[in-house]
Write a protein that binds this ligand. Structure first.
Ligand SMILES: Nc1ncnc2c1ncn2[C@@H]1O[C@H](COP(=O)(O)OP(=O)(O)OP(=O)(O)O)[C@@H](O)[C@H]1O
Length: 542
């Protein structure tokens, strides 16, 4: 095999120094699900004090492996050793007791509690015979925060924190429980470039103190910049462990897919003068009438991708939900010149709006239903899912099969439930469904979140060819390369207002990132109400 030239999985990159055991060793781990071998004879050795990245295509088996290491799933075969000693985890509590912590991609913090309350939740220190010892908790949090340079303020309310700060709270929470080995699942997916740099500084601080970090990522350039060692998983098994200095992002991607990649194509404008979707003076109000989306107006033409850049939580989700009719709003929305402001969500969909939601588990899929039923979801009144007044099972099933093939959804079949697909493959199914039936407008929230580089390129190709055929797209994404690479025009949203127009042909991710934070270099991106009036000067970034 080609990768043998680089090194096989148990050699140089992951080997322990004499006298020190690896922090984690996985030997021959195999995990089977009905119809799928998710992990097959996995061999992995993670050195103490290393940042060790795990990369692989969607469905390669990364999450399954991390769930096994964190006690959420049990392997069918194989051995796990932590600091040299064999372990048998039955639950995450066992993994935590062995010093392993997991920072999930979707933060699990309670917004209405303070940082301190969130951190101690479930492991409160108690004074003998008395209640919770808050003073002791505050002292320990401060000690950990200072030791690793995390800059966490115990008494801040979580809802007032930006995304980067929330992530540091999650990391601190895991450290507070005594973790010395941290698993991070796609930690950078929700961060702007400045926050990514800060996270990487934090990670380096942690490993300097002797902690070990294992992280999953689809962003290969980031992996190359932060990891000490990289293990590639392909179709359930470890195919290579490499050192970052020995590979390029392209080579890593090739190891992931097992073949050479095609070169990316260049783009040409397909924007027409026909307005497909027009939004005028759209305002969405939150508690106490405060605007979350504040007088937003824009047109999207046929053949145009309009990108919206913004730090999460600046009104993007509410804007999208208002356009989809899922939330009351003031203002006027027209689709192909028709006022649809009073239409239901279903009617808007029937009128030709496709919708890739931000939260695929809440709005995109029925996790317990088979893939073919998920094909019908939101499209239950249209072909190929209905014939006359009846659901057309055969039509829906055949079209699901088509989507599975066209979008390379890796699945044993269309009768498995959506929950059995890997995150990236769930996303591919949703994108395929929403692109079916030739929508006039596509509202796409983070369309390639959690999707591997190969599948991302494929989704981009689908979007580009639909755009060439006249599709108008509203693109919301935290992936700035995606925003810059796909958009014909770009707007920046800050505290619910469009504060800048940016030319995607002439902006770098770093400059776009600054415009998104109001051109400031804030460590904690403040929540809307903490700031003064909107910064309109960000337009000079364009
Ligand atoms: N609970 C489950 N039941 C059945 N099959 C499962 C289950 N969990 C995972 N699988 C299957 O195991 C394989 C590996 O999935 P896994 O989630 O580990 O991939 P991944 O590498 O993390 O992918 P992604 O990058 O898309 O998140 C996939 O084929 C998936 O469909």
């Amino acid at each position: 095999m080609e990768e043998a030239a680089i090194s096989t999985s148990t050699s140089s990159a992951g080997t322990a120094e004499p006298g020190t055991e690896p922090a984690v060793q996985l030997e021959g781990i195999t995990k089977r699900f009905p119809g799928v071998v998710a992990n097959r004879d996995i061999r992995l050795s993670v050195r103490r004090g290393h940042v060790h990245a795990i990369v692989g295509e969607n469905g390669a088996g990364k999450s399954t492996l991390m769930k096994i290491l964190y006690g959420m799933q049990r392997p069918d075969e194989g051995e796990i050793r932590v600091n040299g000693a064999p372990v048998h985890f039955r639950t995450p509590a066992d993994a935590i007791a062995a010093g392993i912590g997991m920072v999930h991609q979707h933060f699990m913090l309670a917004d209405n509690l303070t940082v301190l309350e969130n951190i101690i939740l479930g492991s409160e220190p108690r004074r003998f015979g008395a209640g919770i010892d808050f003073a002791e908790a505050r002292r320990r949090i401060k000690e950990i925060s200072d030791a690793y340079g995390l800059g966490v303020t115990p008494d801040a309310l979580v809802e007032d924190l930006g995304v980067g700060a929330r992530q540091r709270v999650e990391i601190l929470k895991v450290l507070y429980r005594g973790a010395r080995i941290l698993i991070l699942d796609e930690p950078t997916a929700v961060l702007v470039p400045q926050e990514v740099d800060e996270l990487f500084d934090n990670l380096r601080g942690l490993v300097r103190e002797g902690l070990t970090i294992i992280f999953i990522s689809h962003k290969l350039d980031e992996v190359l910049s932060v990891a000490d060692a990289i293990t590639v998983i392909r179709r359930g098994t470890t195919v290579a462990s490499v050192l970052p200095k020995d590979v390029t992002a392209r080579r890593l991607a090739e190891l992931m897919v097992g073949s050479e990649l095609p070169s990316p194509e260049t783009r040409e404008s397909t924007v027409t003068s026909d307005v497909a979707l027009s939004v005028h003076g759209l305002t969405v109000r939150g508690d106490a009438g405060r605007p979350i989306v504040d007088g937003v107006s824009f047109d999207i033409h046929k053949g145009e991708v309009l990108g919206i850049a913004g730090v999460e939580g600046n009104g993007q989700a509410e804007l999208v939900e208002a356009i989809m009719g899922m939330r009351p709003a003031e203002g006027v929305i027209t689709l192909g010149g028709r006022d649809i402001s009073a239409w239901s969500t279903l009617r808007r969909r029937e009128g030709g709006i496709g919708y890739i939601p931000e939260d695929r588990h809440r709005h995109g899929l029925l996790l317990d239903a088979p893939l073919w039923e998920n094909r019908i979801l939101g499209h239950q009144t249209r072909k190929p899912n209905v014939k006359g007044p009846w659901i057309d099972r055969a039509g829906a099933r055949a079209d699901t099969q088509r989507i599975v093939e066209a979008y390379d959804v890796r699945t044993p079949g269309i009768d498995v439930i959506a929950a059995a697909l890997s995150g990236g493959n769930q996303q591919k199914l949703i994108v395929g469904r929403e692109m079916s039936g030739d929508p006039v407008v596509l509202i796409a929230s983070h369309p390639t979140r959690g999707v591997d580089v190969g599948a991302q390129a494929a989704i981009w190709d689908h979007l580009r060819s639909a755009r060439a055929a006249g599709l108008a797209v509203l693109l919301i994404s935290a992936d700035l390369d995606e925003l810059i690479g796909l958009s014909d025009s770009l707007k920046v949203i800050l505290r619910g207002r469009m504060v800048a127009d940016v030319d995607p042909a002439d902006v770098t991710p770093e400059r776009l990132g600054s415009a998104m934070t109001g051109a400031g270099g804030d460590r904690d991106t403040p929540a809307p109400e903490q700031l003064g009036p909107a910064v309109t000067g960000a337009g000079e970034e364009a």
